[in-house]
Structures are given as C-alpha cells and as structure tokens.
Design a protein around this ligand. Sequence first.
Ligand code: NAD
Length: 450
Amino acid sequence: KAGLKDGRIKMKRYNAATTSSEDLKAALQRPSQRSTEMIMGIVNPIIKDVRTGGDEALLGYTHKFEKATSLTSPVLKAPYPQSLMDLPPETIEAIDISFENIRKFHAAQKEDKPLQVETMPGVVCTRFARPIERVGLYVPGGTAVLPSTALMLGVPAMVAGCKTIVLASPPRADGSITPEIVYVAHKVGAESIVLAGGAQAVAAMAYGTESVSKVDKILGPGNQFVTAAKMYVSNDTNAGVSIDMPAGPSEVLVIADKESNPAFVASDLLSQAEHGVDSQVILIAIDLSEKELSAIEDELHKQAMALPRVDIVRGAIEHSVTLVVKDIEEAMKLSNDYAPEHLILQLKDAASVVALVENAGSVFIGEWTPESVGDYSAGVNHSLPTYGYAKQYSGVNLGSYVKHITSSQLTAQGLRNVGGAVMQLAKVEELEAHRRAVSLRIKYMDDNKL
Ligand code: NAD
C-alpha cells in the first residue's frame, strides 16, 4: 500500500486512457477535512469568550494552547527591542533580499492614476483605490516557524499604505516570539504583534480587546480553527471585518514530459508533501514510458527517505497520485478541473503552455523554477487559494489591501444626455423621487436656458 511505514514511498498510479472518468475524479479528491460544524462547535465559544473577556480571555487561551503560562501581556508593541530580533547576518540578508523582491513585484501592482471613462458626452465615471486602513495578518506558528508568511502578508500591506498593520502569531512555550517574525514586523512597520494563535487571535483582531487593535480585514493562512474563525467573524456584522479567502492544506500539481529531469520532478513533489500529512501532490505525466515513470518514482523514494520530515511526507503521499495522459491538452484539462494552488510546468515549451492555464493559484514555468523560489524570494506571493478555490479566488496581492471607490461627475449637457434613460428606468421601478431628482434639474436648465 502506498506510503506504508518503512515501505516504499510511492504515489498511486493511474493511466487516464484505461481509467473511468469517475475513478479519475475520485483519485483527484482532496483529503477530507473535519466537518465544519464540528470545528465551528469548538471555535464559537472561543470567539465569544475573547469578545467579552478581552485580554484576560485571550491570555488564558494562549496559556492553554501554547503552554506559554509565563506570558503576562498578549501584545508586543512597536518599536521592538533589538534584543528580540537578534539574527545571524545570513538570515538578515535572506529576509532583506526576499523583502525587496516582494516589495518590487507588489509595488508594480499599484494603479498610478484613477481609471476615467467618459461614457457619454458630459458623463464622466472614475474608479480609484484607497488602502484598507487597518489590517490583521495571521502568521501560523503551531508546527513551524514561518517568517516567509509574515513577509508575504506584511510587505503588500506596507506597499498599499495600510495605516495600521497588526501581526498575530502564536508564541513559543516560553512566551517568546521567533526573532525572524519580529524582524519582519519591524521592517513592514507593524504597530504590534499579538502573541496568540488560532481562533482567539482572529477574534481579538476582529473585535479588538483592551490591548489588541480592532482591524478591518484579516488575512493569512492557518489550520482549520483559524479558517473557521475567519469565516465566523467575516459573517458577523458586529465585527465589521472581511477576510482574504478560505484556506486549506497546501497542494501542488506538476506536469512533466519526456524532457523533464526525474530528480527535479521528485524534488518539487516532495517540497509540498513535507508541509503536512493533509497536503496533496499530483503528478501528471505526459506520455511517459514505464522506464521514465520508474525513474521519477525511484527519485521520489530516495529523496524522501533522506528528508527530516519523512513521516509527514509518507502521510501526504498516501493520498497523492500520478496520472499518465497522452498529451498536453489532456493534462491541462485535468489541471484546470483540479485548480491547483501551485502548478509546476516541467515541460519543454513550458512558457507556451501558460496560455492554456485557466485555474491555478501560481504557476512555475520550466525546469529552473522550483516552487520554493515563489514560496520565499522570487517576489510572487505564496498566500494562495487551495482546495479548488483557485477557480474563483486570486492569491494575496496588492488588491487584497485596497478597496476601489467609484465616482461620477456630469455636466448639465451630460445630465440631458443620460437623463431620459434614468427617468424611464425610475418610472419602471416606480421610484418617483429618483425620477424627480433628474426631471427637476432638467426643468431648471430649461427655465434658465442652460
Ligand atoms: P496555526 O498557527 O494555524 O494554529 C495553531 C493554533 O491552533 C493554536 O494557537 C491553537 O489556538 C489552535 N488549536 C490547535 N489545536 C486546537 C484545538 N484542539 N482546539 C482549538 N484550537 C486549537 O498553526 P498550525 O496548526 O501549524 O497550522 C498551520 C497551517 O497553515 C497548516 O495547515 C499549513 O499548511 C498552513 N500554511 C499555509 C500557507 C499557505 O500559504 N497556504 C503558508 C503557511 C502555512
């Protein structure tokens, strides 16, 4: 059986030509998650507690879940003492390079000037962007240190010009926070770091507490408790808060052909499989022979066995599959249906295949573009839609931190030009005050010979 302890680490293989479409669909099912009701049942009381109990309730949950019983204040305010961001120079350099690339790519997404269209003579419509004033960025911290997520969420907030940036991340058991995260918070100008995780951190940012600033939007990945809490608060009109997107476990889909390097293909599959046992990795192999498929499978096993997180990899590989297809069209059809968070094209003419991509969070083109460059340093964002949500959501980008406002401005002639249509539609909808707002102005123009 695939992924058995101590057994060979191997993905289940299907040949699309000899597999029914139902079986193919079943093979591409994401691993099932715990039921939303069950998770909500756990999360709802936590949210209510923090909403009413404020800092004390928040601290209580941090003592319970993070075992950080020595923590006496749930918030670290800027400016952060240098002693909390003491890092080796090579780590500082890596963060600085990544920061700059992410900054450049997101700054380029800024709209220089308002969009302006004269829809009829004298009728001018514009659209302009303004930053969301206060954002709360959740940086997961349960099982791994994730300064890269702090960068991916914090840099665009800074570039967009959000006035208040609050970062939240669960502290370590001794009550401290990873220095890499403090350094990123300092670089992006975050006003504070909430030392809490899970539903309690989300609730604190959504409603505010004595020491946690209330925010207008919460962004960032997290486990099912975090996601459920984000969904709850975004549905509560008392919170007045929005969220980026629902998040699920990480996933990758690699499309490889005869030109691809088996070691590269295996390394890309494994770099997602090590995220968590609930991660899923898919290989779509175009017209590969038995020998070529075995070469990838041998590499996968060999490289996996050398990884420190081999046990997590085993779990993820249990529900991961290889699909053998005949051509790129068939491969892209399956990929677009699956809508992967990450799509890697290890193909001869990879760049030309991008035109066929309809659904994906982020695309990695060609053999020299491992997904890890996008995870950390290339400049693209790694906070991406999972679980098939790439069909309707974009990954985090500059637009996630702004809202668009429209305006219209008419001249007297403009109102004459469009007024007839307005008055007729107001009549159809029987909204007489609407109709009169136009008709009395037109009468005024007529009376005053304008
Ligand atoms: P986390 O910070 O999301 O969650 C930790 C918190 O979960 C704890 O603080 C606690 O409050 C809460 N929690 C744990 N057990 C609980 C329980 N039984 N009841 C109530 N609350 C409980 O950290 P994590 O658990 O390590 O999860 C990180 C997640 O983020 C992973 O799923 C990972 O794949 C995902 N992630 C995604 C991306 C991305 O860009 N898509 C990036 C980084 C991480």
